[in-house]
Design a binder for this molecule. Structure first.
Ligand SMILES: [Zn+2]
Length: 371
């Protein structure tokens, strides 16, 4: 437990007590008493020298913090967090204030990575392109309809290896408001994707308790996903174009983990259901996940979908397109998908917490494994 204690700031001492099944338990004691033997399939875990530290960090992920993040982001005051609006900016500022609390600095000189997206005249309201990062986005003068000013939020914990990166991300934008709707006209987006943002923040907080990882870890909060995967596309295309100040080549990105909607109950009779997409050639991604469910007795039933090419649907797309191995946690669509009724009180909070714990463990493996 020594290394676990070393890095915890005074204000973080409450984290030493984790809540499980409603009881406050000392994390170290809980680990010693109740964590099961390592399943044989998880050979990597048996090689991790700091096992008690890892267990305590997993168990520091709690429902109170998930609920705080989701209820803030999905509040009516954020007006549906549409990209380029006041509500979107407030969401980004909230994420930065949380990262700062845990001593996690920006990726570069500023947490915010600004970029612009444009829509051409005569094109559907929904279709935007990343300015300067898209072959089609050099339009003739006068063809630009409107321009959105967007920002990703990127934070980083430097690893032992400064030339290898793993990235965990979720989009924080949603659909905004629709003045033409009667009654509730705010798309709160609690599941889509405040739930995913809560997981990335939980993982960041848990990483802040650990020793320096082997690889450099980036925590990404994408803007503009709902308008065409704009934030993740901008990031990946920047790296590909040699314009990123930190990552010289996309081959330096060793893995990307994505969250988009992790609190839904697609199958009400199977609340443990979730979908686990991953790049099929990376079989160990599946072993880490199944081993983690067993080790931490998580109430999760994975629908495992190994894809040769896991592009499409969310911010994993541009990473997969350029050969970065991907994991994507998701709980499927539901009747309130992309409706104003995607409210915080519908989120299955215990599933969000269990997925956050599991994904922290799988991401820890991604950051520390010996390739
Ligand atoms: Zn989404």
């Amino acid at each position: 437990m020594k290394r676990f204690f070393v890095k915890i700031p005074l204000a973080g001492f409450a984290l030493l007590h984790v809540s499980l099944a409603g009881a406050q338990i000392d994390a170290g004691k809980f680990v010693a008493d109740t964590v099961a033997d390592v399943p044989p399939s998880v050979s990597l875990l048996s090689m991790i020298p700091d096992r008690e530290c890892l267990d305590a960090a997993v168990l520091s992920i709690d429902s109170a913090y998930s609920a705080k993040v989701i209820s803030f982001l999905a509040d009516d005051a954020l007006e549906g967090r549409e990209a380029g609006t006041r509500g979107g900016a407030r969401a980004a500022e909230f994420i930065v204030s949380e990262l700062s609390k845990y001593g996690i600095g920006p990726c570069g000189s500023d947490y915010f990575r600004y970029f612009e997206a444009i829509r051409l005249n005569g094109v559907s309201r929904a279709v935007y392109m990343v300015k300067g990062r898209d072959d089609r986005s050099v339009p003739e003068k006068g063809r630009i309809g409107d321009t959105l000013k967007l920002r990703n939020v990127l934070a980083m914990i430097e690893g032992v290896r400064k030339d290898e990166f793993v990235i965990v991300g979720a989009h924080y934008d949603h659909l905004g408001t629709d003045p033409d709707l009667e009654g509730d006209n705010i798309y709160n987006g609690a599941d889509d994707n405040a739930s995913g943002v809560s997981a990335v923040l939980q993982i960041a907080r848990a990483f802040s308790m650990m020793e320096k990882p082997e690889r450099t870890v980036i925590f990404a909060f994408w803007d503009g996903e709902e308008k065409g995967l704009l934030g993740s596309k901008f990031f990946v295309e920047n790296v590909r174009s040699g314009l990123d100040s930190l990552i010289a080549d996309i081959s330096m990105v060793k893995g990307y983990m994505n969250f988009d909607m992790i609190g839904g109950n697609n199958k009400p009779d199977v609340p443990e259901h979730f979908v686990y997409f991953y790049t099929a050639s990376e079989k160990r991604y599946e072993d880490w996940m199944t081993g983690g469910i067993e080790r931490y007795s998580l109430e999760l039933a994975p629908d495992i979908r190994a894809w040769d090419y896991p592009a499409g649907g969310s911010d994993n797309t541009y990473f997969a397109k350029y050969g970065v191995p991907v994991i994507w946690y998701h709980t499927d669509a539901h009747p309130y998908y992309h409706r104003p009724s995607d409210h915080a009180d519908k989120v299955n909070m215990s599933k969000v917490v269990d997925i956050s714990r599991l994904s922290f463990m799988t991401f820890y493996c991604m950051a520390n494994e010996n390739l």
